[in-house]
Design a protein around this ligand. Structure first.
Ligand code: FAD
Ligand code: NA
Length: 386
């Protein structure tokens, strides 16, 4: 095999963006390897063979951005539908709109508060712990939105996400709990949002569709039986590494902690519409899952079968080493560990660490793409010349 000008480890949106820029702007010959048997990292989706419904394999992915450059860039590879994301939550047998807004408040208190009245009510309830510095997430939540709304909509949901009683979680996990004093329940505040018209995989494949880009799937950077492995490549050719930074350094400073989710996917033959919306949260402790996704609602414009549907129950827990790392726990200890790995990464010859796993950061898709475009602007020419 010819040696590429640039090796990219990981075919997620970070790696794909770097690959596309290197091939298109620099004329570089790029090889992307990915240990999975498909392209696209966590944004990957596939069609259910029986119903044709597009399933986001690693959890629901909604594209949204206010970054003009990212929006222009992604539109080179796909168009987007006019899908607008909305979330509802079930609490005590009643469905409420999320995030907490005037509709949620009036429904919850069986009231007809104006925005000013609702603000005054919430401010009074939030004053319960006035003058005290919240020591845990529970007190913090109460001090932000008052006990009634906090206990109904935030407490048990957050407890399920962390598998931990909020009284035992640090207050720093939430800095704010947005409450909207209007009836607007659009989930994202961004200028642009939508879903890729022909699905995520068509978009992701288009990014790699360039004569200078070769993709090798089921190929692990740490597998010494494949030629482009770390031991063979390190320091010899330019590399962009988007896998876990602690794994790269053989966990020399310990494991960075992550949360993961388990998805329980079920095809229903009894109905064509299980819940009337794409995402239903379950706010109460008695329900073991955090939410149910019904993927058909991401694409109301598509001709999906009317008599069948798919639902995915989502469970949240701490990740073990062999689980998919999804959300950084980011404790004080993690942040110290990360600094040690960052120093090692900076000293690593001819290798740039990027993306979610390479930098131990939660990145939305537009952030991963934006970060990759910055690396392409500022570091790629030097890396390729090294
Ligand atoms: P990834 O997509 O994780 O790609 C990294 C790739 O590297 C993977 O394919 C992996 O297999 C590969 N790799 C790792 N180690 C090796 C190795 N040793 N050898 C070879 N390959 C390797 N973003 C949004 O904008 N909206 C959303 O609604 C949204 N929802 C999300 C829901 C969940 C559950 C998760 C986990 C993420 C969500 N995101 C969402 C974030 C989105 O998935 C990320 O922004 C995106 O995945 C970042 O791309 P990346 O390239 O950094 O990482
Ligand atoms: Na480096």
């Amino acid at each position: 095999m010819a040696t590429p000008d640039l090796l990219i480890v990981g075919s997620g949106l970070f790696g794909l963006t770097i690959a596309e820029r290197a091939a298109t702007q620099h004329g570089a010959k790029v090889t992307i390897i990915d240990r999975r048997d498909h392209i696209g990292g966590n944004a990957y989706s596939e069609r259910d063979p029986e119903t044709g419904i597009e399933i986001h394999k690693y959890g629901a992915h909604l594209f949204h951005t206010s970054n003009e450059r990212v929006w222009e860039y992604v539109n080179r590879f796909t168009t987007f539908t006019d899908y607008v994301h909305k979330v509802y939550t079930t609490h005590d047998g009643v469905v409420y709109p999320m995030p907490i807004n005037l509709g949620t408040i009036n429904q919850f208190f069986s009231a007809a508060y104006t925005p000013d009245e609702a603000r005054a009510v919430i401010a009074e309830q939030a004053g319960e712990l006035a003058g005290q510095d919240p020591e845990n997430l529970n007190d913090k939540g109460i001090s932000l939105i008052g006990r009634p709304l906090y206990e109904a909509f935030i407490k048990n949901y957050t407890g399920k996400q962390w598998q931990t009683d909020p009284k035992d979680l640090p207050a720093s996990i939430i800095s704010r709990l947005p409450v909207r004093y209007t009836y607007d329940n659009r989930y994202f505040n961004d200028t642009y949002e939508g879903l890729p018209t022909d699905g995520y995989t068509a978009w992701l494949e288009k990014m790699a569709d360039h004569e200078n880009i070769e993709v090798q799937l089921s190929t692990d950077y740490f597998d010494e039986s494949q030629p482009l492995n770390k031991a063979a490549v390190r320091g010899r050719i330019p590399v962009v590494y988007t896998g876990p930074v602690d794994r790269y350094f053989d966990y020399a400073h310990g494991d960075l902690k992550w949360r993961t989710i388990d998805l329980e996917t079920e095809r229903l033959d009894s109905t064509g519409d299980f819940q009337g919306t794409s995402v239903m949260n379950y706010a109460d402790a008695e329900v073991p899952f955090t939410r149910i996704i019904e993927p058909r609602h991401f694409h109301p414009e598509r001709d999906y079968p009317g008599d069948r549907t798919i639902i995915q129950r989502e469970f949240s827990r701490f990740a073990e080493r062999d689980d998919e790392p999804y959300y950084p726990v980011n404790s004080t200890e993690d942040r110290e560990t990360l600094l040690a790995y960052r120093a090692m990464a900076d000293a690593e010859p001819r290798t740039i660490f990027g993306g979610r796993l390479g930098t131990y950061q939660y990145l939305d898709m537009h952030m991963a793409i934006g970060a990759a475009l910055s690396v392409a602007d500022n570091k790629l020419a030097d890396l390729l010349a090294s």
